[in-house]
Design a protein around this ligand. Sequence first.
Ligand code: ADP
Length: 629
Amino acid sequence: MSGSIRLNSEALLAILNLSKDATAIYTGADIVVQMANDAMINSWGKDRSIIGKPLLEAVPELAGQPFVGLLQDVWRTGKTYEARDTAAELKIDGKLQTFYFNFIYRALLNEHSETYAILHTATDVTESVQNRHALEEVRQAEVARTRALRESELNLRLVIQQAPVAIAIFRGPQYITDIANQHALTLWGRSEEEVLHLPILEAMPELKTQGISELLDAVYHRGEKFYFTERPVNLRRDDNLETHYLNFSYEPLYDADGLINGFITIGTDVTEQVNARLALARTEEMLRFSVDAAGAATWHMDIATRNFVFSEGMKSLYGFRPEEYAGYDELLARVPAAYQKILKAQIEKTITNGTPYLNEHPVKMPDGRERWVRAIGKRYPAEANWTAHFSGLVIDITDEKLEDMRKNGFIGMASHELKTPLTSLSAIIQVAGLKLKDSDDTFLKGAMERANNQVKRMTAMINGFLNISRLESGKLIIDKETFDLEALIRDIADEISLTATHHEIELDLCGYLGIKADRDKIGSVISNLLSNAVKYSPPGTTINVKCGIEDKYVQVSVRDEGMGIDAIDIKRLFDRYYRVESSRTKHISGFGIGLYLCSEIIKQHGGKIWAESILGQGSTFYFKLPLMG
Ligand code: ADP
């Protein structure tokens, strides 16, 4: 190794030890440690026994680390090497640890520019590097946290922007608008530029006068929360203030230290709903007012609570003075017991099945008079702003009813009065008929027969009126017995054939048919249907009567080939006094009571009566009765 020199190590060491910096001197390509001050020895964690040994032997843990290689380069090239903050793994107290150094491998050159020694000075910067690392970590954590925060804030903003309600966030003691979504801007009647990053009360001065600024102070300074429903707030719309109804809330927002740093508001504009409801209430109010003003009698019953409300008119109709209280029970008490039962049953039926409600009943007035009323009502299902209810109106039909009763009484009386002379007339004609039996006077004989038939027709007619009057006054009694329906049909058909000589009556019967019913009344039904068939069909046509059993019922039909009945009339045929008005029926006499009576009789037997017809082609009338009565 040319140019290497031996140094006075003692003197050198003394000098080197003066320096705090770790210093060592190496020579040779295998980097023999010629000298190392205490600082260096300590930094290696070794003792002076290593002096004179190649570095790798002295500090074996350096194997695999770049230092020895670097030193050899310096030795070879004569170029000084310098590095900072370089990590080195050193075994201290038997434990491999990482230290950081700033160091220089200075090549000491002779006059031939050959390296004769390497001066290694190193400063332990472990602490400051570690501090820096720690700081760096903190900084990175901070960066990550800020990013996460920014991301979550972005997400929050996105959520707020897309929320279907108005949301805004305000920060700081001036209530600076930090976020306001489109719904909020629309609700405020402001553009983003008009409010964003500005104190809200300055951006929207109209709020100051509406108690809002006090509210905000309470939220911001005292942490109070507010929830409002349908609170009216005047908002700017096209340079005017407009009252809007809002559902909204204010809630404080807290920072990490639990201090309030802002607040959030969430709201919706419910003006339309409120207005619709108010309009409805106003209409209702007006309706009620006009109902009362007109003295109309109406009621309203909430189906869920069964609570009745009556108009003033209704109260007075039932004989109550305006200052008197009248609820359902009070009103009902004025209805005679027999009618109360029907009335209650009908109300129940309407409430449960929705059947239209129609009821006529007398009312006993406090002064003893009787008043008749007709009530018409309906069940209304629950809707958006309505609960299910049952309501309707009542009208006074006393006059109509009295008129009816008078008519009925008159009819009853007249028919009754007519019956007596008619019975005598019938008897006289029959006796005369018998006397003329053997006479040759064919004219007289024929006349007597015709007279007898006319008397029978008249009797039938008068019986009809009598029955009507009995029916109306509830005196039509059904008297059931078991009899053969077929025989009854035959008898009646024979009797009608006697007068209806221009029609053929064809019977399609089914043999003996015992049923339990009122024989006379069923007889009059059949007789009515048959005479109508004769009456409303031209001579030369056929009338067919059929009977048969179906299930537990017996069914009778009377078919004719007559003028038929229009569909609109068919439904009303069985109404009292109903007659089809047409040029064809104009000349056919009748009172429109026959079918009404028939239907009442059949109904009272628990049966059913109906008709089918094609105009101009004939009609068929049917009825069915329960076999067992
Ligand atoms: P009327 O005394 O008028 O015959 P009804 O009550 O027996 O009274 O009949 C009511 C109406 O029904 C009649 O006026 C008539 O227009 C119609 N009608 C009844 N039966 C028939 C039928 N078989 N063919 C056509 N129309 C009929």
